[in-house]
Design a binder for this molecule. Sequence first.
Ligand code: MLC
Ligand code: AMP
Length: 503
Amino acid sequence: MTNILYDALIAPHATNDAAFLVQDDGSVVTYAQFVQRTAQIAQVVTAHGVSPGDRVLVQAPKLLDTLALYGAAVQAGAVYLPLNTGYTQTELDYFITDAAPALIVCDARDEAMIAALPSAAGATVLTLAGDGTGSLSRAADTQQSVFETVPRGPDDLAGLLYTSGTTGRSKGAMMSHRNLLSNATALVDLWQITKDDRLIHALPIFHTHGLFVAINTSFLAGAEVRFMERFDLEMILQEVPKSTLMMGVPTFYTRLLNDPRFNQDLTRNFRLFISGSAPLLADTHIAFQTRTGHQILERYGMTETNMITSNPYDGDRIAGTVGYALPGTEVAITDPDTGAPVPTGTIGMIEVCGENVFQGYWNLPDKTAQELRDSGYFITGDLGVMSQDGRLSIVGRQKDLIISGGYNIYPKEIEDVINAVDGVLESAVYGVPHAEFGESVVAAVVLEPDSALTPQDLAAQIEPRLARFKHPRRYDMLDALPRNTMGKVQKNLLRAGQSAKRQ
Ligand code: MLC
Ligand code: AMP
Protein backbone atom coordinates (compact mmCIF):
# COMPACT_ATOMS: atom_id res chain seq x y z
CA MET A 1 0.00 0.00 0.00
CA THR A 2 1.10 3.53 -0.62
CA ASN A 3 0.39 6.91 0.94
CA ILE A 4 -1.46 8.52 -1.90
CA LEU A 5 -1.22 12.15 -0.85
CA TYR A 6 2.44 12.07 0.15
CA ASP A 7 3.39 10.02 -2.90
CA ALA A 8 1.71 12.50 -5.26
CA LEU A 9 2.56 15.81 -3.62
CA ILE A 10 5.90 15.48 -1.87
CA ALA A 11 7.78 12.27 -2.74
CA PRO A 12 8.33 13.22 -6.41
CA HIS A 13 10.44 16.19 -5.26
CA ALA A 14 13.09 14.15 -3.39
CA THR A 15 15.78 15.15 -5.88
CA ASN A 16 14.18 18.34 -7.22
CA ASP A 17 16.62 21.21 -6.75
CA ALA A 18 14.21 23.85 -7.97
CA ALA A 19 13.12 26.58 -5.57
CA PHE A 20 10.03 25.78 -3.55
CA LEU A 21 9.72 28.50 -0.89
CA VAL A 22 11.13 31.98 -1.15
CA GLN A 23 10.78 33.55 2.29
CA ASP A 24 10.49 37.18 3.42
CA ASP A 25 14.20 37.36 4.33
CA GLY A 26 15.08 36.28 0.78
CA SER A 27 16.15 32.76 1.75
CA VAL A 28 15.23 30.01 -0.67
CA VAL A 29 14.25 26.45 0.25
CA THR A 30 14.44 23.97 -2.60
CA TYR A 31 11.93 21.20 -3.04
CA ALA A 32 14.55 18.60 -2.13
CA GLN A 33 15.41 20.48 1.07
CA PHE A 34 11.74 20.64 1.93
CA VAL A 35 11.35 16.86 1.49
CA GLN A 36 14.27 16.36 3.88
CA ARG A 37 12.90 18.80 6.44
CA THR A 38 9.53 17.05 6.27
CA ALA A 39 11.25 13.74 7.03
CA GLN A 40 13.15 15.22 9.99
CA ILE A 41 9.94 16.57 11.45
CA ALA A 42 8.15 13.27 10.81
CA GLN A 43 10.91 11.60 12.88
CA VAL A 44 10.19 13.92 15.80
CA VAL A 45 6.44 13.56 15.48
CA THR A 46 6.54 9.78 15.60
CA ALA A 47 9.19 9.75 18.33
CA HIS A 48 6.62 11.57 20.47
CA GLY A 49 4.17 8.74 20.04
CA VAL A 50 2.03 9.98 17.17
CA SER A 51 0.52 6.93 15.48
CA PRO A 52 -1.39 6.66 12.20
CA GLY A 53 -4.80 8.31 12.57
CA ASP A 54 -3.73 10.49 15.53
CA ARG A 55 -4.48 14.19 15.35
CA VAL A 56 -1.65 16.72 15.25
CA LEU A 57 -3.17 20.02 16.36
CA VAL A 58 -1.28 23.08 15.18
CA GLN A 59 -1.67 26.73 16.15
CA ALA A 60 1.59 28.17 14.92
CA PRO A 61 3.04 31.06 12.93
CA LYS A 62 3.33 30.83 9.16
CA LEU A 63 6.81 29.30 8.85
CA LEU A 64 8.71 26.81 6.71
CA ASP A 65 8.59 24.33 9.61
CA THR A 66 4.83 24.76 9.96
CA LEU A 67 4.44 23.74 6.34
CA ALA A 68 6.93 20.90 6.80
CA LEU A 69 4.85 19.77 9.78
CA TYR A 70 1.85 19.47 7.47
CA GLY A 71 3.94 17.31 5.13
CA ALA A 72 5.28 15.33 8.09
CA ALA A 73 1.81 14.62 9.46
CA VAL A 74 0.76 13.30 6.05
CA GLN A 75 3.94 11.23 5.72
CA ALA A 76 3.48 9.78 9.22
CA GLY A 77 -0.14 8.88 8.50
CA ALA A 78 -1.45 11.37 11.07
CA VAL A 79 -4.31 13.84 10.71
CA TYR A 80 -3.24 17.48 10.37
CA LEU A 81 -5.42 19.92 12.31
CA PRO A 82 -4.48 23.57 11.74
CA LEU A 83 -6.07 26.38 13.77
CA ASN A 84 -6.41 30.11 13.28
CA THR A 85 -3.57 31.85 15.13
CA GLY A 86 -6.09 34.38 16.46
CA TYR A 87 -8.05 31.87 18.54
CA THR A 88 -8.13 32.58 22.26
CA GLN A 89 -7.39 30.15 25.06
CA THR A 90 -11.13 29.47 25.48
CA GLU A 91 -11.53 28.59 21.80
CA LEU A 92 -8.37 26.49 21.83
CA ASP A 93 -9.55 24.54 24.84
CA TYR A 94 -12.67 23.56 22.93
CA PHE A 95 -10.72 22.27 19.91
CA ILE A 96 -8.28 20.29 22.05
CA THR A 97 -11.12 18.70 23.99
CA ASP A 98 -13.04 17.84 20.83
CA ALA A 99 -10.17 16.51 18.73
CA ALA A 100 -8.13 14.83 21.50
CA PRO A 101 -4.80 15.31 19.68
CA ALA A 102 -1.74 13.21 20.47
CA LEU A 103 0.51 16.18 19.68
CA ILE A 104 -0.06 19.93 19.98
CA VAL A 105 2.32 22.25 18.19
CA CYS A 106 2.04 25.91 19.16
CA ASP A 107 3.83 29.22 19.04
CA ALA A 108 6.67 29.10 21.58
CA ARG A 109 5.09 32.12 23.31
CA ASP A 110 1.92 30.13 24.08
CA GLU A 111 3.59 26.98 25.41
CA ALA A 112 2.99 27.60 29.11
CA MET A 113 -0.64 28.62 28.56
CA ILE A 114 -1.39 25.54 26.46
CA ALA A 115 0.52 23.08 28.60
CA ALA A 116 -1.56 24.28 31.58
CA LEU A 117 -4.90 23.52 29.91
CA PRO A 118 -6.51 20.43 31.47
CA SER A 119 -7.67 19.43 27.97
CA ALA A 120 -4.03 19.23 26.86
CA ALA A 121 -3.08 16.81 29.63
CA GLY A 122 -2.96 13.73 27.39
CA ALA A 123 -0.95 15.38 24.60
CA THR A 124 2.69 16.25 24.01
CA VAL A 125 3.26 19.97 23.46
CA LEU A 126 6.03 21.11 21.09
CA THR A 127 6.70 24.59 19.78
CA LEU A 128 7.64 26.59 16.70
CA ALA A 129 9.12 30.08 16.63
CA GLY A 130 10.16 32.52 13.91
CA ASP A 131 13.83 32.36 14.92
CA GLY A 132 14.00 28.56 14.68
CA THR A 133 14.33 28.03 18.44
CA GLY A 134 11.02 26.18 18.93
CA SER A 135 11.38 22.76 20.52
CA LEU A 136 10.02 20.98 17.43
CA SER A 137 12.52 22.70 15.14
CA ARG A 138 15.44 22.10 17.47
CA ALA A 139 14.58 18.42 17.83
CA ALA A 140 14.21 18.10 14.05
CA ASP A 141 17.63 19.65 13.36
CA THR A 142 19.43 16.56 14.65
CA GLN A 143 17.21 13.94 12.99
CA GLN A 144 17.89 11.84 9.91
CA SER A 145 16.50 13.45 6.79
CA VAL A 146 14.77 10.31 5.59
CA PHE A 147 11.62 8.77 7.00
CA GLU A 148 9.78 5.62 6.04
CA THR A 149 6.41 6.82 4.77
CA VAL A 150 3.44 5.33 6.59
CA PRO A 151 0.98 3.66 4.20
CA ARG A 152 -2.41 5.38 3.90
CA GLY A 153 -5.31 4.62 1.61
CA PRO A 154 -7.55 7.02 -0.28
CA ASP A 155 -10.24 7.05 2.43
CA ASP A 156 -7.89 7.57 5.36
CA LEU A 157 -7.98 11.01 6.92
CA ALA A 158 -5.27 13.53 6.15
CA GLY A 159 -6.84 16.68 7.58
CA LEU A 160 -9.34 17.82 10.17
CA LEU A 161 -10.44 21.40 9.58
CA TYR A 162 -12.79 23.08 12.00
CA THR A 163 -15.53 25.21 10.60
CA SER A 164 -17.92 27.18 12.75
CA GLY A 165 -21.55 26.25 12.64
CA THR A 166 -24.99 27.78 12.79
CA THR A 167 -25.42 26.08 16.16
CA GLY A 168 -22.53 28.14 17.51
CA ARG A 169 -20.35 25.06 17.89
CA SER A 170 -17.38 24.43 15.58
CA LYS A 171 -17.35 21.12 13.74
CA GLY A 172 -14.31 19.25 12.47
CA ALA A 173 -14.57 18.48 8.76
CA MET A 174 -12.79 15.18 8.06
CA MET A 175 -10.78 15.35 4.83
CA SER A 176 -9.42 12.18 3.29
CA HIS A 177 -6.31 11.71 1.16
CA ARG A 178 -8.57 11.25 -1.86
CA ASN A 179 -10.56 14.43 -1.08
CA LEU A 180 -7.42 16.55 -1.09
CA LEU A 181 -5.59 14.92 -3.98
CA SER A 182 -8.54 14.85 -6.37
CA ASN A 183 -9.22 18.53 -5.85
CA ALA A 184 -5.60 19.63 -6.23
CA THR A 185 -5.31 17.58 -9.42
CA ALA A 186 -8.43 19.16 -10.91
CA LEU A 187 -7.25 22.68 -10.07
CA VAL A 188 -3.72 22.28 -11.47
CA ASP A 189 -5.22 21.09 -14.71
CA LEU A 190 -7.93 23.74 -14.89
CA TRP A 191 -5.75 26.71 -13.92
CA GLN A 192 -2.80 25.35 -15.95
CA ILE A 193 -0.34 25.65 -13.06
CA THR A 194 3.18 24.52 -13.99
CA LYS A 195 6.69 24.53 -12.59
CA ASP A 196 7.21 27.83 -14.38
CA ASP A 197 4.70 29.54 -12.12
CA ARG A 198 5.63 31.69 -9.15
CA LEU A 199 2.82 32.04 -6.65
CA ILE A 200 2.42 35.01 -4.32
CA HIS A 201 1.29 33.30 -1.14
CA ALA A 202 -0.02 35.87 1.37
CA LEU A 203 -2.88 33.80 2.81
CA PRO A 204 -2.79 32.09 6.18
CA ILE A 205 -1.95 28.37 6.06
CA PHE A 206 -4.59 27.25 8.55
CA HIS A 207 -7.48 27.25 6.09
CA THR A 208 -8.43 25.32 2.98
CA HIS A 209 -7.61 28.26 0.72
CA GLY A 210 -4.02 28.93 1.81
CA LEU A 211 -3.13 25.30 2.59
CA PHE A 212 -4.93 22.86 0.34
CA VAL A 213 -5.69 25.10 -2.64
CA ALA A 214 -2.47 27.11 -2.73
CA ILE A 215 0.11 24.67 -1.34
CA ASN A 216 -1.19 21.34 -2.64
CA THR A 217 -1.45 22.70 -6.19
CA SER A 218 2.08 24.15 -5.94
CA PHE A 219 3.43 20.78 -4.78
CA LEU A 220 1.71 18.98 -7.62
CA ALA A 221 2.94 21.39 -10.26
CA GLY A 222 6.38 22.00 -8.73
CA ALA A 223 5.74 25.76 -8.75
CA GLU A 224 7.77 28.33 -6.81
CA VAL A 225 6.01 29.88 -3.82
CA ARG A 226 6.79 33.38 -2.58
CA PHE A 227 5.85 32.56 0.99
CA MET A 228 4.84 35.77 2.82
CA GLU A 229 4.26 35.76 6.53
CA ARG A 230 1.16 37.90 6.03
CA PHE A 231 -0.53 40.19 3.55
CA ASP A 232 1.86 43.13 3.16
CA LEU A 233 0.88 45.55 0.43
CA GLU A 234 4.37 46.98 -0.15
CA MET A 235 5.90 43.51 -0.38
CA ILE A 236 3.24 42.34 -2.80
CA LEU A 237 3.74 45.37 -5.05
CA GLN A 238 7.44 44.47 -5.17
CA GLU A 239 6.79 40.81 -5.94
CA VAL A 240 4.09 41.17 -8.60
CA PRO A 241 6.48 41.88 -11.51
CA LYS A 242 8.52 38.76 -10.61
CA SER A 243 5.52 36.47 -10.15
CA THR A 244 2.80 34.88 -12.25
CA LEU A 245 0.05 33.70 -9.95
CA MET A 246 -1.89 34.89 -6.92
CA MET A 247 -4.64 33.32 -4.84
CA GLY A 248 -6.48 35.66 -2.55
CA VAL A 249 -9.69 36.70 -0.87
CA PRO A 250 -11.52 39.72 -2.33
CA THR A 251 -9.98 42.01 0.34
CA PHE A 252 -6.58 41.39 -1.31
CA TYR A 253 -7.88 42.78 -4.58
CA THR A 254 -9.68 45.80 -3.10
CA ARG A 255 -6.50 46.67 -1.18
CA LEU A 256 -4.38 46.37 -4.34
CA LEU A 257 -6.82 48.51 -6.30
CA ASN A 258 -6.64 51.20 -3.63
CA ASP A 259 -3.00 51.72 -4.58
CA PRO A 260 -2.40 53.58 -7.87
CA ARG A 261 0.97 51.81 -8.31
CA PHE A 262 -0.95 48.62 -8.99
CA ASN A 263 -1.55 48.97 -12.72
CA GLN A 264 -1.20 47.39 -16.15
CA ASP A 265 2.53 47.95 -16.28
CA LEU A 266 3.18 46.32 -12.90
CA THR A 267 1.08 43.26 -13.77
CA ARG A 268 2.26 42.75 -17.34
CA ASN A 269 4.13 39.48 -16.60
CA PHE A 270 1.34 38.09 -14.45
CA ARG A 271 -0.62 35.09 -15.67
CA LEU A 272 -3.54 34.66 -13.27
CA PHE A 273 -5.25 36.35 -10.31
CA ILE A 274 -7.66 34.01 -8.51
CA SER A 275 -10.27 35.04 -5.94
CA GLY A 276 -12.42 33.03 -3.56
CA SER A 277 -13.65 32.38 0.00
CA ALA A 278 -16.06 35.34 -0.18
CA PRO A 279 -18.10 37.06 -2.89
CA LEU A 280 -16.06 39.22 -5.25
CA LEU A 281 -18.12 42.31 -6.03
CA ALA A 282 -18.79 42.81 -9.74
CA ASP A 283 -17.48 46.38 -9.27
CA THR A 284 -14.14 45.03 -8.07
CA HIS A 285 -13.93 42.56 -10.97
CA ILE A 286 -14.63 45.33 -13.49
CA ALA A 287 -12.35 47.92 -11.85
CA PHE A 288 -9.54 45.32 -11.78
CA GLN A 289 -9.93 44.58 -15.46
CA THR A 290 -10.08 48.25 -16.37
CA ARG A 291 -6.94 49.01 -14.34
CA THR A 292 -4.77 46.01 -15.23
CA GLY A 293 -6.28 44.30 -18.25
CA HIS A 294 -6.56 41.07 -16.18
CA GLN A 295 -9.89 39.39 -15.47
CA ILE A 296 -9.83 37.98 -11.94
CA LEU A 297 -10.77 34.30 -12.02
CA GLU A 298 -13.38 33.73 -9.30
CA ARG A 299 -13.97 30.26 -7.89
CA TYR A 300 -16.22 28.90 -5.16
CA GLY A 301 -15.38 26.47 -2.38
CA MET A 302 -15.96 25.39 1.16
CA THR A 303 -13.98 23.71 3.90
CA GLU A 304 -16.16 20.60 3.65
CA THR A 305 -15.90 20.30 -0.12
CA ASN A 306 -12.61 21.86 -1.15
CA MET A 307 -13.17 23.76 -4.40
CA ILE A 308 -16.51 23.27 -6.14
CA THR A 309 -16.71 25.55 -9.18
CA SER A 310 -14.42 27.82 -11.12
CA ASN A 311 -14.70 30.37 -13.87
CA PRO A 312 -12.93 29.13 -16.97
CA TYR A 313 -9.23 29.65 -17.62
CA ASP A 314 -9.90 30.06 -21.32
CA GLY A 315 -13.17 31.78 -21.92
CA ASP A 316 -15.17 34.48 -20.23
CA ARG A 317 -14.79 35.01 -16.51
CA ILE A 318 -18.09 36.64 -15.77
CA ALA A 319 -18.36 39.03 -12.83
CA GLY A 320 -20.89 37.87 -10.26
CA THR A 321 -20.69 34.20 -11.28
CA VAL A 322 -18.48 31.46 -9.86
CA GLY A 323 -18.33 29.40 -13.06
CA TYR A 324 -18.72 25.72 -13.78
CA ALA A 325 -18.50 22.62 -11.59
CA LEU A 326 -14.92 21.31 -11.50
CA PRO A 327 -14.24 18.09 -13.41
CA GLY A 328 -15.27 15.19 -11.15
CA THR A 329 -17.61 17.42 -9.14
CA GLU A 330 -21.36 17.69 -9.60
CA VAL A 331 -23.52 20.60 -8.51
CA ALA A 332 -27.28 20.35 -8.07
CA ILE A 333 -29.73 23.11 -7.24
CA THR A 334 -32.56 21.88 -5.04
CA ASP A 335 -35.64 23.08 -3.24
CA PRO A 336 -34.38 24.00 0.25
CA ASP A 337 -37.52 22.53 1.85
CA THR A 338 -37.93 19.27 -0.08
CA GLY A 339 -34.48 18.62 -1.50
CA ALA A 340 -36.00 18.01 -4.94
CA PRO A 341 -34.11 19.43 -7.95
CA VAL A 342 -35.53 22.75 -9.18
CA PRO A 343 -35.82 23.73 -12.87
CA THR A 344 -32.73 25.35 -14.41
CA GLY A 345 -32.76 29.08 -13.81
CA THR A 346 -34.56 28.79 -10.46
CA ILE A 347 -32.88 29.84 -7.22
CA GLY A 348 -32.34 26.99 -4.78
CA MET A 349 -29.94 25.29 -2.39
CA ILE A 350 -26.49 24.47 -3.80
CA GLU A 351 -25.64 20.81 -3.25
CA VAL A 352 -22.31 19.20 -4.18
CA CYS A 353 -21.17 15.66 -4.86
CA GLY A 354 -17.80 14.23 -5.87
CA GLU A 355 -14.41 13.00 -4.69
CA ASN A 356 -13.82 16.44 -3.21
CA VAL A 357 -16.63 16.10 -0.64
CA PHE A 358 -15.52 15.39 2.93
CA GLN A 359 -16.08 12.28 5.03
CA GLY A 360 -18.37 13.88 7.62
CA TYR A 361 -18.02 15.84 10.84
CA TRP A 362 -15.69 14.54 13.53
CA ASN A 363 -17.66 12.73 16.24
CA LEU A 364 -20.95 14.21 14.99
CA PRO A 365 -22.82 11.49 13.08
CA ASP A 366 -26.21 13.22 13.46
CA LYS A 367 -24.92 16.54 12.14
CA THR A 368 -23.23 14.68 9.29
CA ALA A 369 -26.48 12.91 8.42
CA GLN A 370 -28.33 16.26 8.32
CA GLU A 371 -25.94 17.84 5.84
CA LEU A 372 -24.47 14.94 3.86
CA ARG A 373 -27.08 12.89 2.03
CA ASP A 374 -26.80 9.12 1.55
CA SER A 375 -26.56 9.89 -2.17
CA GLY A 376 -23.25 11.65 -1.46
CA TYR A 377 -24.59 15.18 -2.00
CA PHE A 378 -23.52 17.76 0.59
CA ILE A 379 -25.97 20.56 1.39
CA THR A 380 -23.85 23.71 1.36
CA GLY A 381 -26.25 26.23 2.91
CA ASP A 382 -25.48 28.58 -0.01
CA LEU A 383 -28.27 29.62 -2.36
CA GLY A 384 -27.60 29.76 -6.08
CA VAL A 385 -28.91 29.63 -9.58
CA MET A 386 -27.54 27.69 -12.55
CA SER A 387 -27.68 28.96 -16.13
CA GLN A 388 -28.63 26.71 -19.07
CA ASP A 389 -24.95 26.12 -19.83
CA GLY A 390 -24.09 25.16 -16.23
CA ARG A 391 -22.68 28.42 -14.90
CA LEU A 392 -23.36 28.93 -11.20
CA SER A 393 -24.16 32.24 -9.49
CA ILE A 394 -24.36 32.45 -5.71
CA VAL A 395 -27.26 34.67 -4.74
CA GLY A 396 -27.29 34.36 -0.96
CA ARG A 397 -26.90 32.09 2.03
CA GLN A 398 -29.51 30.17 3.93
CA LYS A 399 -27.07 29.74 6.82
CA ASP A 400 -26.71 32.70 9.14
CA LEU A 401 -23.10 33.54 8.35
CA ILE A 402 -20.95 36.66 8.07
CA ILE A 403 -17.83 36.55 5.88
CA SER A 404 -15.31 39.22 6.87
CA GLY A 405 -12.08 39.41 4.89
CA GLY A 406 -12.56 35.76 3.95
CA TYR A 407 -13.01 34.59 7.55
CA ASN A 408 -16.32 32.94 8.41
CA ILE A 409 -18.07 34.26 11.47
CA TYR A 410 -21.19 32.56 12.76
CA PRO A 411 -23.47 35.04 14.60
CA LYS A 412 -24.78 32.34 16.94
CA GLU A 413 -21.34 31.83 18.47
CA ILE A 414 -21.01 35.57 19.25
CA GLU A 415 -24.61 35.85 20.46
CA ASP A 416 -23.98 32.99 22.90
CA VAL A 417 -20.98 34.80 24.37
CA ILE A 418 -22.80 38.16 24.63
CA ASN A 419 -25.93 36.56 26.11
CA ALA A 420 -23.83 34.95 28.83
CA VAL A 421 -22.71 38.38 30.09
CA ASP A 422 -24.44 39.38 33.34
CA GLY A 423 -26.94 42.12 32.61
CA VAL A 424 -27.64 41.10 28.99
CA LEU A 425 -31.16 39.96 28.19
CA GLU A 426 -30.60 39.00 24.56
CA SER A 427 -28.66 39.92 21.44
CA ALA A 428 -28.61 39.56 17.68
CA VAL A 429 -25.41 39.64 15.66
CA TYR A 430 -25.44 40.42 11.95
CA GLY A 431 -23.23 41.57 9.10
CA VAL A 432 -23.23 44.98 7.43
CA PRO A 433 -21.44 45.85 4.17
CA HIS A 434 -17.82 46.89 4.62
CA ALA A 435 -15.74 48.34 1.80
CA GLU A 436 -12.53 46.49 2.66
CA PHE A 437 -13.68 43.30 4.42
CA GLY A 438 -16.91 42.72 2.47
CA GLU A 439 -18.90 42.48 5.66
CA SER A 440 -18.29 43.52 9.24
CA VAL A 441 -19.90 42.45 12.51
CA VAL A 442 -22.55 44.44 14.41
CA ALA A 443 -24.25 43.36 17.64
CA ALA A 444 -27.71 44.55 18.67
CA VAL A 445 -28.01 44.10 22.43
CA VAL A 446 -30.97 44.31 24.80
CA LEU A 447 -30.00 44.72 28.45
CA GLU A 448 -31.84 43.62 31.59
CA PRO A 449 -33.97 46.56 32.84
CA ASP A 450 -31.61 47.42 35.70
CA SER A 451 -28.37 46.96 33.78
CA ALA A 452 -26.07 49.86 32.93
CA LEU A 453 -23.61 47.89 30.73
CA THR A 454 -21.90 49.98 28.05
CA PRO A 455 -20.52 48.83 24.68
CA GLN A 456 -17.04 49.12 26.21
CA ASP A 457 -18.05 46.75 29.03
CA LEU A 458 -19.32 44.25 26.49
CA ALA A 459 -16.17 44.50 24.36
CA ALA A 460 -14.07 43.82 27.47
CA GLN A 461 -16.11 40.72 28.26
CA ILE A 462 -15.78 39.38 24.72
CA GLU A 463 -12.03 39.99 24.54
CA PRO A 464 -10.73 36.82 26.24
CA ARG A 465 -13.36 34.55 24.69
CA LEU A 466 -13.36 35.20 20.96
CA ALA A 467 -10.66 35.76 18.35
CA ARG A 468 -10.43 39.44 17.43
CA PHE A 469 -11.69 39.02 13.89
CA LYS A 470 -15.03 37.90 15.37
CA HIS A 471 -15.44 40.93 17.64
CA PRO A 472 -18.40 43.19 16.86
CA ARG A 473 -17.14 46.45 15.43
CA ARG A 474 -20.27 48.17 16.78
CA TYR A 475 -22.73 47.51 19.61
CA ASP A 476 -26.23 48.97 19.30
CA MET A 477 -28.12 49.03 22.59
CA LEU A 478 -31.81 48.48 21.81
CA ASP A 479 -35.05 48.42 23.80
CA ALA A 480 -36.12 45.21 22.06
CA LEU A 481 -35.16 43.04 19.10
CA PRO A 482 -37.54 43.18 16.13
CA ARG A 483 -39.33 39.83 15.75
CA ASN A 484 -41.80 38.42 13.27
CA THR A 485 -45.06 36.76 14.25
CA MET A 486 -43.22 33.44 14.68
CA GLY A 487 -40.92 35.09 17.22
CA LYS A 488 -37.87 34.96 14.92
CA VAL A 489 -35.49 37.92 15.10
CA GLN A 490 -35.68 39.97 11.90
CA LYS A 491 -32.03 40.69 11.17
CA ASN A 492 -33.02 42.31 7.87
CA LEU A 493 -34.76 45.08 9.87
CA LEU A 494 -31.72 45.47 12.09
CA ARG A 495 -29.55 45.73 9.01
CA ALA A 496 -31.87 48.41 7.62
CA GLY A 497 -31.56 50.30 10.93
CA GLN A 498 -35.26 50.05 11.75
CA SER A 499 -35.12 49.42 15.48
CA ALA A 500 -35.64 51.67 18.47
CA LYS A 501 -32.37 52.56 20.19
CA ARG A 502 -32.29 52.38 24.00
CA GLN A 503 -32.87 55.79 25.60
C1 MLC B 1 -7.82 40.87 10.51
N1 MLC B 1 -8.73 41.54 11.23
C2 MLC B 1 -9.93 41.27 10.78
C3 MLC B 1 -9.73 40.37 9.71
N2 MLC B 1 -8.42 40.14 9.57
N3 MLC B 1 -11.12 41.70 11.17
C4 MLC B 1 -12.17 41.24 10.52
N4 MLC B 1 -12.07 40.37 9.48
C5 MLC B 1 -10.86 39.93 9.07
N5 MLC B 1 -10.74 39.06 8.06
C6 MLC B 1 -8.53 42.47 12.33
C7 MLC B 1 -7.51 42.03 13.34
O1 MLC B 1 -8.12 41.28 14.34
C8 MLC B 1 -7.02 43.37 13.85
O2 MLC B 1 -8.00 43.88 14.71
C9 MLC B 1 -7.02 44.24 12.62
O3 MLC B 1 -8.02 43.65 11.76
C10 MLC B 1 -5.70 44.26 11.87
O4 MLC B 1 -5.19 42.94 11.81
P1 MLC B 1 -4.12 42.49 10.74
O5 MLC B 1 -3.64 41.16 11.14
O6 MLC B 1 -3.12 43.57 10.53
O7 MLC B 1 -4.96 42.37 9.45
P2 MLC B 1 -4.44 41.88 8.10
O8 MLC B 1 -3.18 41.12 8.22
O9 MLC B 1 -4.40 43.03 7.18
O10 MLC B 1 -5.57 40.82 7.69
C11 MLC B 1 -6.54 41.04 6.77
C12 MLC B 1 -6.56 39.86 5.77
C13 MLC B 1 -6.73 38.58 6.59
C14 MLC B 1 -7.73 40.08 4.83
C15 MLC B 1 -5.26 39.82 5.01
O11 MLC B 1 -7.95 38.64 7.32
C16 MLC B 1 -6.68 37.36 5.75
O12 MLC B 1 -5.60 36.89 5.43
N6 MLC B 1 -7.82 36.81 5.35
C17 MLC B 1 -7.89 35.56 4.59
C18 MLC B 1 -8.75 34.56 5.28
C19 MLC B 1 -8.74 33.20 4.56
O13 MLC B 1 -7.68 32.65 4.28
N7 MLC B 1 -9.90 32.64 4.27
C20 MLC B 1 -10.02 31.37 3.62
C21 MLC B 1 -10.99 30.46 4.36
S1 MLC B 1 -11.18 28.92 3.46
P3 MLC B 1 -7.71 44.75 15.97
O14 MLC B 1 -9.03 44.91 16.60
O15 MLC B 1 -6.74 43.94 16.76
O16 MLC B 1 -7.12 46.03 15.44
C22 MLC B 1 -12.67 29.10 2.67
C23 MLC B 1 -13.01 28.12 1.61
C24 MLC B 1 -12.73 28.75 0.29
O17 MLC B 1 -13.38 30.04 2.90
O18 MLC B 1 -13.61 28.80 -0.57
O19 MLC B 1 -11.62 29.23 0.14
P1 AMP C 1 -15.64 28.07 4.84
O1 AMP C 1 -16.70 27.45 5.66
O2 AMP C 1 -14.71 28.95 5.58
O3 AMP C 1 -14.99 27.07 4.04
O4 AMP C 1 -16.39 29.06 3.85
C1 AMP C 1 -17.18 28.57 2.83
C2 AMP C 1 -18.19 29.59 2.43
O5 AMP C 1 -17.56 30.71 1.82
C3 AMP C 1 -19.12 29.06 1.36
O6 AMP C 1 -20.15 28.27 1.88
C4 AMP C 1 -19.62 30.34 0.73
O7 AMP C 1 -20.70 30.89 1.48
C5 AMP C 1 -18.40 31.25 0.83
N1 AMP C 1 -17.67 31.36 -0.44
C6 AMP C 1 -16.55 30.74 -0.84
N2 AMP C 1 -16.19 31.15 -2.08
C7 AMP C 1 -17.13 32.06 -2.46
C8 AMP C 1 -17.32 32.85 -3.63
N3 AMP C 1 -16.47 32.83 -4.65
N4 AMP C 1 -18.40 33.65 -3.66
C9 AMP C 1 -19.27 33.71 -2.63
N5 AMP C 1 -19.13 33.01 -1.50
C10 AMP C 1 -18.07 32.19 -1.41
